[in-house]
Design a protein around this ligand. Structure first.
Ligand SMILES: O=C(O)[C@H]1O[C@H](OP(=O)(O)OP(=O)(O)OC[C@H]2O[C@@H](n3ccc(=O)[nH]c3=O)[C@H](O)[C@@H]2O)[C@H](O)[C@@H](O)[C@@H]1O
Length: 614
């Protein structure tokens, strides 16, 4: 927007001061024609490339060859090219005979007249719009959109001017002003256009429009020539174009610029990925790592996160920045927002949903029980409602927890064991999630895979977890509460390194079968699975502290205390044979190695004093 406004201002100034007139007189015609030819050829080559290869517009890259068949297939494209070529080349537009009198008996001539009068490019464009609507958008609604004034930061002005205005200016002057005037004098010799009026109107269009989010635009000699060739020769065609744009602006579906942006991103995602996975809570710990891994292997990922303040939101924003650098966009919203979710699902046909949006932490459930019900139960149900109505229904992989094993004493914990004695409300909501998953699988044919994570840790982890705040407090010289169970027994966890968990998540996604229902109706039995994703070798909290002491080269001030009765269980230990059998899950990182990687990250991330005060 800043670049558009700056370019607009410069064009206005050049127009008013008469400098543009000077440029018009000084720049020779061959230079202008050269620019036009180069532009024309580059557009033609781009068109051929777009037809031959499937495009990854988000990266401006070509992918594989386009399929022959389908609504965006090669056959249709070739038919359209032939149609335009035949219609445009069907003969002289002036079909009068030598005497200037039409020979009405000449049947071939009549047909030729009809064919040449067809607005071929407009017809192909219209067909394209209809096919795009069929492919991408359902349920178009109309009504006025709200208009907002764009806020442009100081750095955006600077960046826009340097990276947008300066490189664009020569083309704007030559193609949007000088070439347009030369061409319009050729095409419409009886109409007078002045350099000042063209320059000023292009400038004013951008100076006013860009403040309201309009895409920077210009007149172009190519566009003028194209419109002339295909029949747009009066002011009426410009008015028609404007009216169509106003109509498009009225799509009520997009209430704000943010909504429109979301829709555009979604469309890009659906065009990019052969399988579009939706990583909910992408700025969460596990979500960040899973999304990045999916993107690395070429999947289309769209994130969703409400960026709540359960723990330091700046860490979440830093994860978001990391993901955005690798091309993953995160929509800011809540899984309880049915309107938003519906909109996303209308635009993208998600093949998979990786649902990692939850209120985590076992002890916090006593302080804020409602947040657990809100996210882990109401939010989950809301998501399942949207997924069951989607067409096609996505396959869902979601995060349960090792805490569902609660007070069980039989080890290692197997998926076949009882899970009816949770020790915290957190565990109870996760257990409820598993039962809710069963219901949606049974009634609607949704494919659902629950993953019971076992105390996942690693770089970019959660500051509310013990290993994280132990590290922080040891470094600060503060004491840390180390829990022990009855009779000075150890408290132990099957700590699992993030990279191992990511492999498990990808394995679960890749082996997830399709949901069988569509549009809210079940059409057959669907897959329903639960897997433990643990490390299979529990370590006591006391040993965890010793590992940290060695890595941080500092002695911890241990405050040994009895395991409080606020949700904690004395130990966890996963049996992972089921995940191993189904998708080859095999953790390879022990606590020593995993903590080394975590500490390295922690020190580099919180290296400065400012950041370490988190
Ligand atoms: O995998 C799981 O099921 C769960 O793992 C963790 O829960 P937890 O294992 O309790 O992880 P931490 O809170 O990091 O505690 C780790 C160990 O440190 C102990 N601890 C915790 C806090 C403390 O002040 N002192 C202390 O000794 C805990 O008793 C526990 O044995 C996560 O917080 C849950 O979101 C997740 O669902």
């Amino acid at each position: 927007m800043a670049a558009g406004i700056c370019t607009g201002v410069i064009l206005c100034v050049l127009g008013v001061t008469g400098f543009m007139r000077l440029a018009y007189r000084l720049i020779p015609l061959p230079v202008v024609r050269g620019i036009q030819l180069a532009q024309g050829l580059s557009f033609a080559m781009t068109a051929v490339k777009y037809i031959r290869k499937v495009q990854d517009f988000s990266k401006s890259k070509s992918k594989g060859n386009r399929d022959w068949l389908g609504l965006d297939g090669l056959v249709l494209a070739i038919v359209c090219i032939c149609f335009i070529t035949i219609v445009s080349g069907a003969g002289n537009e002036n079909n009068d005979n030598d005497n200037g009198v039409e020979n009405r008996d000449d049947k071939g001539s009549i047909w030729r007249r009809i064919v040449t009068s067809l607005p071929s490019a407009f017809m192909v464009f219209l067909l394209g719009v209809i096919l795009a609507i069929i492919r991408v958008i359902k349920g178009f609604k109309f009504g006025p959109s709200s208009i907002q004034v764009v806020q442009i930061s100081k750095s955006a002005w600077k960046k826009g001017f340097v990276k947008g205005t300066i490189p664009q200016l020569p083309l704007s002057i030559l193609n949007s002003v000088i070439a347009v005037i030369k061409l319009s004098t050729d095409l419409f010799p009886n109409k007078s256009v002045t350099v000042t009026s063209v320059s000023m109107t292009v400038g004013l269009m951008n100076v006013t429009g860009c403040w309201f989010g309009a895409m920077p635009c210009c007149r172009g000699a190519g566009g003028l020539a194209g419109q002339y060739k295909f029949g747009g020769r009066s002011g009426g065609c410009v008015a028609l174009l404007g009216a169509t744009k106003l109509l498009a602006m009225c799509a009520r579906d997009m209430n704000s610029k943010h909504d429109s942006f979301v829709v555009l991103v979604c469309t890009a995602v659906s065009l990019v990925g052969s399988s579009a996975a939706l990583g909910f809570v992408t700025a969460g710990f596990v979500g960040t790592h899973v999304s990045a891994a999916l993107k690395r292997r070429g999947d289309g990922v769209l994130g969703l996160d409400n960026f709540n303040d359960y723990y330091d939101p700046t860490l979440k924003r830093a994860r978001q920045a990391l993901l955005e650098r690798s091309g993953i966009y995160i929509v800011e919203g809540d899984i309880n927002d049915a309107v938003l979710l519906k909109k996303l699902f209308e635009v993208v046909h998600f093949t998979h949903v990786m649902h990692l949006a939850a209120q985590a932490g076992v002890r916090y459930a006593m302080q804020n029980p409602k947040s657990y019900v809100h996210s882990n139960i109401a939010g989950f149900v809301n998501l399942l409602e949207i997924c069951k109505n989607a067409n096609p229904q996505p396959a869902i992989v979601w995060a349960s927890s090792s805490s569902v094993y609660g007070l069980n004493t039989k080890v290692p914990f197997s998926e076949k064991d009882r899970t009816d004695q949770p020790a915290s409300l957190y565990a109870a909501t996760k257990k409820a999630g598993e039962e809710i998953a069963h219901t949606y699988n049974h009634i609607y044919g949704l494919s659902l895979t629950g993953l019971r994570f076992f105390t996942v840790y690693g770089p970019w982890g959660r500051p509310d977890m013990a290993y994280f705040f132990f590290t922080k407090d040891i470094l600060k010289g503060k004491s840390i509460p180390v829990f022990e169970s009855v009779n000075h027994g150890t408290v132990a966890r099957d700590f699992t390194y993030i990279d191992d968990v990511v492999k498990g998540c990808l394995g679960a996604l890749d082996t997830a079968e399709k949901s069988t229902g569509s549009g809210g109706k079940k059409k057959g039995a669907a897959q329903l699975r639960i897997f433990n994703l643990g490390n299979t070798s529990p370590v006591s909290v006391s040993d965890l502290v010793s590992i940290l002491e060695k890595l941080l080269k500092m002695k911890a001030k241990r405050r040994v205390m009895k395991l409080p009765r606020n949700g904690d269980v004395p130990f966890t230990h996963a049996n992972i044979s089921f995940a191993q059998r189904e998708f080859g899950y095999k953790p390879t990182t022990d606590l020593q190695m995993g903590m080394k990687k975590f500490v390295r990250w922690y020190v580099s991330y919180y290296g400065s004093r400012k950041k370490s005060d988190h």
